[in-house]
Design a protein around this ligand. Structure first.
Ligand SMILES: [Cu+2]
Length: 222
């Protein structure tokens, strides 16, 4: 169902995604201001309104419109760099999950304290079209999760927009992302690197659950 929500980012389910959403709104506000002001001036010159000799060859005016944008860039750049480094920071993870991209499914390994391994194929004829898998990735909520990402054949990309994570799955290389799920629920992602004919059919489905339930799931897994 198409709604106005489709124009926005997905609801944040992790603190970092909240920060990314704030940064997006902050940047868009500045962008709209710049487009309005520049657009107004452009139209004014087009129709010969608002132009007089004070605006031509004016040193103070040129100084002003050089210095102001440089400050605008700083106000965008500083929070952007802060976020970039924050996203890369590894906080002490509660669990580590390894995910391997294949043509065309993801496989998962919970190998730090269990021997759980499974493949996650797309669930067909499901009302969650192109988004659900047969074996969902279970994670404990309110815990720091680390995901190690690699691929077995070609380059894929592992993404979950609600958690604000996306990393390439490259054969022969181990990439790392981490996130913190603030609420229980189902969170969806799709492969984000064109990897072949069935690229659209290898979704990522995360089930964020109460840590007690997660421990039960680990104990009962066979
Ligand atoms: Cu793909």
């Amino acid at each position: 169902m198409a709604t106005w929500n489709a124009l926005n980012l997905q609801n944040a389910a992790s603190p970092l995604m909240e920060q990314l959403t704030f940064f997006h709104d902050h940047t868009m506000t500045i962008l709209i201001l710049i487009v309005s002001i520049v657009g107004y001036n452009l139209m004014s010159t087009c129709f010969n309104i608002n132009i007089d000799h004070h605006m031509l060859e004016s040193q103070p005016l040129e100084l002003f419109w050089t210095i102001v944008p440089s400050f605008v860039l700083i106000f965008i750049g500083l929070p952007s760099i802060r976020l970039l480094y924050l996203l890369d920071e590894t906080f002490k993870p509660a669990i580590t999950i390894k995910t391997i991209g294949h043509q065309w499914y993801w496989s998962y390994e919970y190998s730090d304290f269990t021997d759980i391994e499974f493949d996650a194929f797309m669930e067909k004829n499901n009302y969650l079209r192109l988004l659900d898998v047969d074996n969902r990735t279970i994670i404990p909520m309110n815990s720091q999760i680390r995901v190690l990402i690699t691929a077995a054949d070609v380059i894929h990309a592992w993404t979950v927009p609600s958690f604000g994570v996306k990393a390439d799955a490259v054969p022969g290389r181990l990439n790392q992302i981490n996130f913190f799920s603030t609420r229980p629920g189902l969170f969806f992602g799709q492969c984000s690197e064109i990897c072949g004919a069935n690229h659209s059919f290898m979704p990522i489905t995360i089930e964020s659950v109460n840590p007690k339930y997660f421990i039960n799931w680990v104990k009962n897994f066979n």
